[in-house]
Design a protein around this ligand. Structure first.
Ligand code: GLA
Length: 696
């Protein structure tokens, strides 16, 4: 809901529990008034009546108070907007008009010198507010282009508090989204990606709490960026203690754009959430927001998949895939995915990327015979692609060596023997569309795992003037391709992968159905990765595979099938082991786990997540609650001194209700589960269990 003050210059945006207010002064300064619990319009007006601090020679009265600080004038904070016109830098705007619809507020400003129109957009989505900016060159056709040196999506301002704590999700390949939390000091802390994709190093998210929030209590502010290219979020603590969070596309100068007369740039959404339910409440609100407003068809649970990558690597054949498909179907798998190696001369990572036609030696009749067989087995059929890349050893590269990002006269840097296609080029985009559309039309393909296995390093476009559009245009081209493919093949689901979790953000999630969380499938390492991932993103998109033991991919850890399954049951279950080497007992056990997963799937994928104990503890556990049903997943890393692991105090239950355990048939009192807890019976090292309860 959006309310407007009597003079039309104060706005109050209200979510179910939260409020956000801003005020336009008579000098057209757009000031931040409030972000926090719900307030009334009268409260907002009272805040608006409070004068700004007096100006002193070394301090600006505006710093820390503006909704979208621009470069220039009496400001020393990090500008969200920095523009260079013909010989003039910075911005000075006049207010033009405001437009409000039920859930959207648009504030229009104009800079007369640049002939730049600046629109700040706010949308309420429950307690999440989506913000972005639209910048348009309104000058005559023969006016010089404007250089957008920086155009952030939004600046978020937090209330004054004595001390703030910053939570972030850091990582690297095979160790993504690990949560760290530390006091915020004065100055600026910058996270981001200079890599052309979201990156494994940070999820584009921060959370701040000031008064020692816990998992279930306290105020938490969070901001998350919906962008899948290079990005930057800056958390700044100003001299007076105020915190501002500024974020948007591009890092350093990679986001710069030339804005021609008549052209406009729409920044990605930078979403903000206030919650007073602690870190757990904030996560549940983020999850609900993504299921309701971001993820396509989020009410539909995702199928159990099989993927042979870890089992076969590049050594694949139609016959072997048929054998695996038969074994997977017998386990109850619902979606069979052929990973890398089915196309071109792709027998290793040295060749074939770019040639998206089935390898005649491995799939002589194309993909259709295998897809038909997979369908006959009652499963859906999926394939792996990496469309934005090319190996120098490929027909595509031999035909179009100029289609890759490169700097003239310099080395074309390879990672994993591959180069990045320049998707800013129309011909490249059109080629990819034709190839992928033909591929999806050539066989009954239901699922595409879309990978991205190297970062940008030579992001140049010979012959194009600087600033080159290559960085942002690549992401728009990727989004455009996905949108076009989804429209033309509406039954096909897409998975975002980038060497595991290198491209996970609200932007890609609005056009993919799930993400590959990490190449690390070790079930214990995964608990930490999933703990971080779930701070922001819901289980509904978090793909998790059960693979072989010892873990062949990374660390050689040995774990039981039980432990591996219970770890993977926390997300969208997949199986990625070499089923031809699993014993009859293992296959039978796996089939039982898949059956169990299908029963708990709506609770896991669509329910509310409660983190009971973090994976840093010897005993860790999570709980999902969906209607009358609840599922607890518990993992014991190591038992010490023969002591019984602590009881798990459940959450989200009705203390006055009774709950029947679906495995033992025993009835438990809600109040007892909440206040005294559940005995897990876990023992030894790497033990795990699932508990299912239904309200009586
Ligand atoms: C990436 C993905 C893996 C697999 C390989 C194939 O590393 O993360 O899951 O698809 O590529 O080359």
């Amino acid at each position: 809901m959006i309310e407007v003050g009597e003079d039309g210059r104060t706005w109050l945006l209200s979510g179910p529990t939260s409020g956000y207010a801003l005020r336009l002064t008579d000098r057209d300064e757009l000031l931040h008034l409030h972000w926090g619990p719900r307030i009334t319009l009268a409260d907002a007006e009272a805040l608006a009546a409070q004068p700004l601090p007096a100006e002193r020679s070394f301090e600006s009265r505006l710093d820390g108070h503006e909704e979208y600080p621009v470069e220039g004038g009496r400001r020393f904070v990090r500008p969200a907007l920095s523009v260079r016109g013909a010989g003039v830098r910075g911005s000075e705007w006049r207010f033009a008009e405001a437009a409000t619809e039920r859930e959207e507020l648009r504030l229009h400003f104009t800079d007369a010198v640049h002939r730049l129109s600046i629109t700040l957009v706010y949308r309420t989505r429950g307690d999440v507010i989506e913000r972005f900016a639209v910048l348009r060159h309104d000058g005559p056709a023969d006016a010089p282009a404007l250089e957008l040196l920086r155009a952030d999506s939004a600046t978020w301002t937090l209330p004054a508090r004595d001390q703030w704590r910053l939570s972030q999700l850091h990582g690297r390949w095979a160790a993504e989204s690990r949560l760290v939390r530390a006091d915020l000091t004065y100055g600026e802390q910058v996270i981001g990606s200079r890599r052309g994709h979201t990156g494994h190093q940070h999820l584009p998210w921060v959370a701040l709490d000031a008064e020692g929030a816990t998992e279930e209590h306290g105020e938490v502010y969070g901001c998350a960026l919906a962008w899948s290219g290079s990005w930057r979020i800056c958390v700044g603590r100003l001299p007076d203690g105020t915190v501002q969070i500024t974020g948007g596309q591009g890092h350093d100068d990679s986001g710069q754009e030339l804005l021609a007369p008549g052209a406009q740039v729409v920044t990605p959404v930078f979403a903000g959430l206030w919650s007073d339910g602690g870190f757990g409440g904030a996560s549940r609100a983020w999850h609900a927001y993504q299921r309701a407003h971001v993820i396509p068809d989020a009410a539909e649970p995702r199928p159990v998949l099989y993927n042979s990558w870890e089992a076969t690597r590049f050594d694949i054949s139609e016959e072997q895939q048929r054998t695996l498909a038969g074994k997977a179907a017998a386990l109850g798998v619902e979606l069979f995915v052929v990973d890398d190696g089915w196309f071109g001369r792709r027998v290793s990572d040295r060749a074939g990327l770019g040639d998206w036609t089935p390898a005649p030696d491995r799939f002589p009749g194309g993909l259709k015979p295998l897809a038909d067989e997979v369908h006959a087995l009652g499963m859906r059929f999926g394939i792996w692609v990496e469309p934005e890349m090319v190996n120098p050893d490929s027909d595509l590269y031999r035909a179009h060596p100029d289609w890759v990002q490169h700097q003239p006269g310099r080395e074309r840097t390879e990672f994993r023997n591959q180069l990045v296609l320049n998707l800013a080029r129309e011909d490249v985009r059109e080629h990819l569309w034709e190839q992928l559309d033909a591929l999806l039309s050539s066989a009954p393909i239901d699922y595409v795992k879309w990978d991205f296995n190297r970062c940008f390093s030579d992001a140049g476009w010979p012959g194009e003037p600087y600033p080159q559009r290559i960085w942002n245009a690549h992401v728009h081209a990727l989004y455009g391709l996905l949108d076009r493919l989804r429209a033309a093949h509406p039954a096909v689901a897409f998975e975002s992968c980038s060497g595991g979790g290198g491209r996970v953000d609200l932007g890609i999630l609005s056009r993919t159905d799930q993400v590959w969380t990490s190449d690390n499938t070790d079930p214990l390492d995964r608990l930490a990765v999933q703990h971080g991932f779930g701070q922001l993103h819901p289980a509904r998109v978090m793909a998790a595979w059960v693979t072989d033991s010892p873990n062949t991919q990374l660390n050689g850890r040995v774990s039981t099938l039980r432990f591996r399954f219970v770890s993977a049951l926390a997300g969208v279950l997949g199986i990625g082991g070499d089923l031809t080497r699993w014993s009859a007992e293992e296959l039978a056990e796996a089939a039982d786990w898949v059956t169990l997963y299908k029963e708990i799937r709506p609770v896991v994928q669509l329910g509310d997540l409660h983190r009971l104990r973090p994976p840093s503890e010897p005993l860790s556990a999570i709980q999902y609650v969906h209607g009358d049903e609840t599922v607890v997943l518990a993992w014991l890393r190591a038992q010490s001194y023969g002591e019984e692991p602590p009881r798990l105090r459940l959450k989200g239950l009705d203390p006055t209700a009774a709950y029947v355990c679906q495995d033992t048939g025993k009835t438990h009192r809600g109040a007892v589960l909440l206040h005294h807890g559940l005995r897990t019976g876990l023992r030894g090292d790497l033990d795990a269990a699932v508990f299912r309860f239904r309200r009586v």
